[in-house]
Design a binder for this molecule. Structure first.
Ligand code: AKB
Length: 314
Protein backbone atom coordinates (compact mmCIF):
# COMPACT_ATOMS: atom_id res chain seq x y z
CA UNK A 1 0.00 0.00 0.00
CA UNK A 2 1.38 3.42 -0.89
CA UNK A 3 2.13 5.98 1.78
CA UNK A 4 0.02 9.11 1.99
CA UNK A 5 1.50 11.48 4.52
CA UNK A 6 -0.06 14.26 6.59
CA UNK A 7 2.33 16.77 8.19
CA UNK A 8 0.79 18.68 11.11
CA UNK A 9 2.78 21.86 11.77
CA UNK A 10 4.15 22.21 8.23
CA UNK A 11 4.70 25.96 8.56
CA UNK A 12 7.23 25.67 11.38
CA UNK A 13 11.01 25.46 11.30
CA UNK A 14 11.27 21.67 10.96
CA UNK A 15 7.85 21.18 9.34
CA UNK A 16 8.73 23.36 6.35
CA UNK A 17 11.91 21.49 5.41
CA UNK A 18 10.55 18.07 6.33
CA UNK A 19 7.52 18.61 4.07
CA UNK A 20 9.75 19.66 1.18
CA UNK A 21 11.95 16.58 1.59
CA UNK A 22 8.97 14.22 2.01
CA UNK A 23 7.48 15.61 -1.22
CA UNK A 24 10.77 14.91 -3.00
CA UNK A 25 10.87 11.35 -1.67
CA UNK A 26 7.19 10.37 -1.95
CA UNK A 27 5.84 12.80 -4.59
CA UNK A 28 4.14 16.18 -4.16
CA UNK A 29 0.58 14.90 -4.04
CA UNK A 30 1.34 12.15 -1.53
CA UNK A 31 2.27 14.68 1.16
CA UNK A 32 -0.47 16.86 2.62
CA UNK A 33 0.93 19.88 4.44
CA UNK A 34 -1.14 21.42 7.21
CA UNK A 35 -0.85 24.06 9.90
CA UNK A 36 -3.04 26.42 11.90
CA UNK A 37 -1.58 29.23 9.73
CA UNK A 38 -0.56 29.43 6.09
CA UNK A 39 2.85 28.07 5.14
CA UNK A 40 5.51 29.49 2.85
CA UNK A 41 4.84 29.92 -0.86
CA UNK A 42 6.61 26.72 -1.90
CA UNK A 43 4.72 24.51 0.58
CA UNK A 44 1.37 26.08 -0.38
CA UNK A 45 1.89 25.64 -4.10
CA UNK A 46 3.90 22.44 -4.49
CA UNK A 47 1.21 20.11 -3.09
CA UNK A 48 -2.00 19.90 -1.05
CA UNK A 49 -2.36 22.20 1.97
CA UNK A 50 -5.06 22.21 4.68
CA UNK A 51 -5.60 24.51 7.67
CA UNK A 52 -5.79 22.24 10.74
CA UNK A 53 -5.65 22.90 14.48
CA UNK A 54 -3.50 19.94 15.57
CA UNK A 55 -5.43 19.59 18.84
CA UNK A 56 -8.72 19.05 16.97
CA UNK A 57 -9.05 15.30 16.48
CA UNK A 58 -12.17 15.62 14.29
CA UNK A 59 -10.48 18.11 11.97
CA UNK A 60 -7.46 15.81 11.61
CA UNK A 61 -9.73 12.81 10.95
CA UNK A 62 -11.60 14.70 8.21
CA UNK A 63 -8.35 15.34 6.33
CA UNK A 64 -7.15 11.75 6.93
CA UNK A 65 -10.36 10.46 5.33
CA UNK A 66 -10.34 13.02 2.50
CA UNK A 67 -6.86 11.99 1.31
CA UNK A 68 -6.70 8.39 2.67
CA UNK A 69 -3.71 9.32 4.83
CA UNK A 70 -1.57 6.43 6.15
CA UNK A 71 1.12 8.29 8.13
CA UNK A 72 1.06 11.41 10.30
CA UNK A 73 4.11 13.50 11.18
CA UNK A 74 3.11 15.67 14.14
CA UNK A 75 5.42 18.70 14.24
CA UNK A 76 3.07 21.23 15.85
CA UNK A 77 4.41 22.19 19.30
CA UNK A 78 5.22 25.07 21.60
CA UNK A 79 8.97 25.17 22.33
CA UNK A 80 10.82 25.60 25.61
CA UNK A 81 11.17 29.38 25.99
CA UNK A 82 7.59 30.24 24.93
CA UNK A 83 6.22 27.36 27.00
CA UNK A 84 7.70 28.92 30.15
CA UNK A 85 5.60 32.05 29.42
CA UNK A 86 2.41 30.09 28.62
CA UNK A 87 2.50 26.83 30.61
CA UNK A 88 -1.18 25.86 30.23
CA UNK A 89 -1.29 26.68 26.52
CA UNK A 90 1.92 24.71 25.96
CA UNK A 91 0.60 21.69 27.83
CA UNK A 92 -2.70 21.80 25.89
CA UNK A 93 -1.05 22.07 22.49
CA UNK A 94 1.79 19.61 23.09
CA UNK A 95 -0.32 16.95 24.83
CA UNK A 96 -3.72 17.19 23.14
CA UNK A 97 -2.22 17.04 19.65
CA UNK A 98 -0.23 13.91 20.53
CA UNK A 99 -3.15 12.18 22.23
CA UNK A 100 -5.43 12.99 19.26
CA UNK A 101 -3.01 11.41 16.79
CA UNK A 102 -2.28 8.41 19.04
CA UNK A 103 -6.03 7.80 19.32
CA UNK A 104 -6.46 8.03 15.55
CA UNK A 105 -3.80 5.31 15.18
CA UNK A 106 -5.38 3.20 17.93
CA UNK A 107 -8.71 3.47 16.04
CA UNK A 108 -6.86 2.29 12.89
CA UNK A 109 -7.44 5.47 10.85
CA UNK A 110 -3.66 5.69 10.26
CA UNK A 111 -0.81 3.19 10.35
CA UNK A 112 2.22 5.12 11.51
CA UNK A 113 3.07 8.24 13.52
CA UNK A 114 6.17 10.38 13.85
CA UNK A 115 6.36 12.62 16.92
CA UNK A 116 9.46 14.57 17.96
CA UNK A 117 10.71 14.39 21.50
CA UNK A 118 13.63 16.56 22.65
CA UNK A 119 16.75 16.76 24.79
CA UNK A 120 14.37 18.74 27.05
CA UNK A 121 13.17 15.42 28.55
CA UNK A 122 16.37 15.59 30.60
CA UNK A 123 16.85 17.84 33.62
CA UNK A 124 19.37 19.06 36.16
CA UNK A 125 19.70 15.60 37.77
CA UNK A 126 20.59 13.90 34.47
CA UNK A 127 24.28 13.16 33.74
CA UNK A 128 25.36 16.15 31.62
CA UNK A 129 28.05 14.67 29.40
CA UNK A 130 27.31 11.90 26.92
CA UNK A 131 23.80 11.55 28.34
CA UNK A 132 22.72 7.93 27.89
CA UNK A 133 19.49 6.72 26.28
CA UNK A 134 18.15 5.41 29.57
CA UNK A 135 18.83 7.74 32.49
CA UNK A 136 17.19 10.07 34.99
CA UNK A 137 14.46 12.17 33.33
CA UNK A 138 13.35 14.92 35.72
CA UNK A 139 12.84 17.96 33.48
CA UNK A 140 12.50 21.38 35.10
CA UNK A 141 10.70 23.07 32.18
CA UNK A 142 7.06 22.97 31.05
CA UNK A 143 8.18 21.92 27.58
CA UNK A 144 10.32 19.13 29.06
CA UNK A 145 7.42 17.91 31.20
CA UNK A 146 5.22 17.75 28.09
CA UNK A 147 7.92 15.87 26.15
CA UNK A 148 8.64 13.33 28.88
CA UNK A 149 4.90 12.72 29.39
CA UNK A 150 4.49 12.39 25.62
CA UNK A 151 7.24 9.77 25.54
CA UNK A 152 5.41 7.74 28.19
CA UNK A 153 2.18 7.99 26.19
CA UNK A 154 3.98 6.83 23.01
CA UNK A 155 5.36 3.80 24.81
CA UNK A 156 1.96 3.04 26.35
CA UNK A 157 0.06 3.21 23.02
CA UNK A 158 2.70 1.05 21.39
CA UNK A 159 2.64 -1.62 24.11
CA UNK A 160 -1.09 -1.60 24.79
CA UNK A 161 -2.56 -1.00 21.30
CA UNK A 162 0.32 -1.87 18.97
CA UNK A 163 0.53 1.71 17.61
CA UNK A 164 3.54 2.15 15.30
CA UNK A 165 4.86 5.36 16.84
CA UNK A 166 8.42 6.53 16.20
CA UNK A 167 10.23 9.36 17.90
CA UNK A 168 13.57 11.16 18.15
CA UNK A 169 14.90 13.34 20.95
CA UNK A 170 15.96 16.28 18.78
CA UNK A 171 18.85 18.44 19.91
CA UNK A 172 18.74 22.14 18.89
CA UNK A 173 18.05 22.18 15.14
CA UNK A 174 19.91 24.77 13.06
CA UNK A 175 18.61 25.93 9.71
CA UNK A 176 18.60 28.96 7.45
CA UNK A 177 15.41 28.50 5.35
CA UNK A 178 12.79 28.94 8.09
CA UNK A 179 13.58 30.50 11.45
CA UNK A 180 12.67 28.71 14.66
CA UNK A 181 10.43 30.38 17.22
CA UNK A 182 10.39 30.18 20.99
CA UNK A 183 13.26 27.75 21.60
CA UNK A 184 16.30 28.01 23.85
CA UNK A 185 18.65 26.80 21.12
CA UNK A 186 17.34 29.46 18.65
CA UNK A 187 20.40 31.65 19.28
CA UNK A 188 22.41 29.29 17.09
CA UNK A 189 20.21 30.28 14.12
CA UNK A 190 19.90 34.01 14.89
CA UNK A 191 23.66 34.36 15.29
CA UNK A 192 24.23 33.62 11.57
CA UNK A 193 21.70 36.19 10.36
CA UNK A 194 22.98 38.91 12.72
CA UNK A 195 26.62 38.12 11.93
CA UNK A 196 26.02 38.58 8.22
CA UNK A 197 23.73 41.62 8.53
CA UNK A 198 25.16 43.57 11.52
CA UNK A 199 28.54 41.90 12.20
CA UNK A 200 27.52 41.69 15.86
CA UNK A 201 25.25 39.57 18.04
CA UNK A 202 24.10 39.78 21.66
CA UNK A 203 23.62 36.23 22.91
CA UNK A 204 20.97 35.36 25.51
CA UNK A 205 23.11 32.44 26.77
CA UNK A 206 26.52 32.72 28.44
CA UNK A 207 29.68 32.06 26.46
CA UNK A 208 30.46 28.56 27.72
CA UNK A 209 26.95 27.06 27.64
CA UNK A 210 27.50 23.92 25.60
CA UNK A 211 24.39 22.28 24.09
CA UNK A 212 23.75 19.40 21.66
CA UNK A 213 22.91 20.71 18.16
CA UNK A 214 22.23 19.39 14.65
CA UNK A 215 22.02 20.82 11.13
CA UNK A 216 18.52 20.65 9.63
CA UNK A 217 19.51 18.32 6.77
CA UNK A 218 20.69 15.71 9.28
CA UNK A 219 17.50 16.09 11.36
CA UNK A 220 15.25 15.68 8.32
CA UNK A 221 17.21 12.67 7.06
CA UNK A 222 17.18 11.01 10.50
CA UNK A 223 13.41 11.50 10.72
CA UNK A 224 12.66 9.97 7.33
CA UNK A 225 15.20 7.17 7.88
CA UNK A 226 13.58 6.27 11.20
CA UNK A 227 10.12 6.21 9.61
CA UNK A 228 11.33 4.02 6.74
CA UNK A 229 13.09 1.51 9.01
CA UNK A 230 11.52 -1.94 9.36
CA UNK A 231 9.38 -2.14 12.54
CA UNK A 232 11.49 -5.00 13.94
CA UNK A 233 14.64 -2.83 14.16
CA UNK A 234 12.87 -0.14 16.18
CA UNK A 235 13.62 -1.18 19.75
CA UNK A 236 12.79 2.14 21.41
CA UNK A 237 9.29 3.59 21.20
CA UNK A 238 9.52 6.54 23.55
CA UNK A 239 12.27 8.53 21.76
CA UNK A 240 15.76 7.77 20.44
CA UNK A 241 18.68 9.92 21.58
CA UNK A 242 20.06 11.66 18.49
CA UNK A 243 23.30 13.62 18.19
CA UNK A 244 25.64 15.30 15.72
CA UNK A 245 27.64 18.04 17.48
CA UNK A 246 27.84 20.07 20.67
CA UNK A 247 29.10 23.63 20.96
CA UNK A 248 28.89 26.79 23.07
CA UNK A 249 28.10 30.34 21.88
CA UNK A 250 31.83 31.12 22.12
CA UNK A 251 32.72 28.16 19.87
CA UNK A 252 30.15 28.93 17.16
CA UNK A 253 31.18 32.61 17.23
CA UNK A 254 34.81 31.71 16.60
CA UNK A 255 33.78 29.43 13.72
CA UNK A 256 31.75 32.30 12.18
CA UNK A 257 34.75 34.64 12.58
CA UNK A 258 36.64 32.50 10.08
CA UNK A 259 34.25 33.91 7.41
CA UNK A 260 33.39 37.27 9.00
CA UNK A 261 36.60 38.32 10.81
CA UNK A 262 35.15 41.53 12.32
CA UNK A 263 32.13 39.70 13.82
CA UNK A 264 31.67 40.51 17.53
CA UNK A 265 29.62 38.56 20.06
CA UNK A 266 28.50 39.86 23.47
CA UNK A 267 26.63 38.01 26.22
CA UNK A 268 23.51 39.02 28.11
CA UNK A 269 22.01 35.82 29.60
CA UNK A 270 18.27 35.97 30.36
CA UNK A 271 15.67 33.44 31.66
CA UNK A 272 16.67 31.01 28.90
CA UNK A 273 20.05 30.47 30.59
CA UNK A 274 18.33 28.48 33.33
CA UNK A 275 16.63 26.28 30.75
CA UNK A 276 19.91 25.66 28.93
CA UNK A 277 21.69 24.91 32.23
CA UNK A 278 19.17 22.15 32.94
CA UNK A 279 19.88 20.34 29.65
CA UNK A 280 22.71 17.94 28.67
CA UNK A 281 25.88 19.27 27.06
CA UNK A 282 26.31 16.18 24.88
CA UNK A 283 24.28 13.10 23.99
CA UNK A 284 25.09 9.41 23.56
CA UNK A 285 23.07 8.28 20.53
CA UNK A 286 24.69 4.86 20.10
CA UNK A 287 21.30 3.06 20.22
CA UNK A 288 20.08 4.95 17.13
CA UNK A 289 23.39 4.24 15.36
CA UNK A 290 23.13 0.55 16.24
CA UNK A 291 19.39 -0.09 15.65
CA UNK A 292 18.76 1.75 12.35
CA UNK A 293 22.25 2.85 11.25
CA UNK A 294 21.94 6.54 12.06
CA UNK A 295 24.91 8.63 10.90
CA UNK A 296 25.24 12.39 10.86
CA UNK A 297 26.87 14.29 7.99
CA UNK A 298 27.41 17.78 9.41
CA UNK A 299 29.66 19.04 12.20
CA UNK A 300 30.14 22.65 13.34
CA UNK A 301 32.71 23.37 10.63
CA UNK A 302 30.82 21.96 7.63
CA UNK A 303 27.49 23.35 8.81
CA UNK A 304 28.85 26.88 9.32
CA UNK A 305 30.36 26.89 5.85
CA UNK A 306 27.06 25.91 4.20
CA UNK A 307 24.84 28.24 6.25
CA UNK A 308 27.02 31.32 5.67
CA UNK A 309 27.09 30.63 1.95
CA UNK A 310 23.31 30.14 1.77
CA UNK A 311 22.40 33.22 3.83
CA UNK A 312 24.75 35.38 1.76
CA UNK A 313 22.79 34.30 -1.35
CA UNK A 314 19.40 35.36 0.12
C1 AKB B 1 14.10 24.29 22.20
O1 AKB B 1 15.12 24.96 22.33
O2 AKB B 1 13.09 24.41 22.88
C2 AKB B 1 14.11 23.21 21.14
C3 AKB B 1 14.49 21.86 21.68
C4 AKB B 1 15.87 21.62 22.12
O3 AKB B 1 13.68 20.98 21.74
N1 AKB B 1 14.97 23.56 20.07
Amino acid sequence: MENIILVLGASGQIGTELTQKLRLVYGNNQVIASDIRVANEEIMTSGPFEIIDATNKEAILKVIQKYKVTQVYLLAAMLSATAEQHPQKAWNLNMNSLLAVLDLAKEKHIQQIYWPSSIAVFGPTTPKENTPQKTVMEPSTVYGISKVSGEFWCNYYHKKYGVDIRSLRYPGIISWKTKPGGGTTDYAVDIFFKAIKDKKYECFLSENTSLPMMYMDDAVNATIQLMMAKPEVIKIRNGYNLAAMSFSPKEIASEIKKYIPDFKISYNPDYRQKIADSWPASIDDSEARKDWNWQHNFDLETMTKVIIKEIQKL
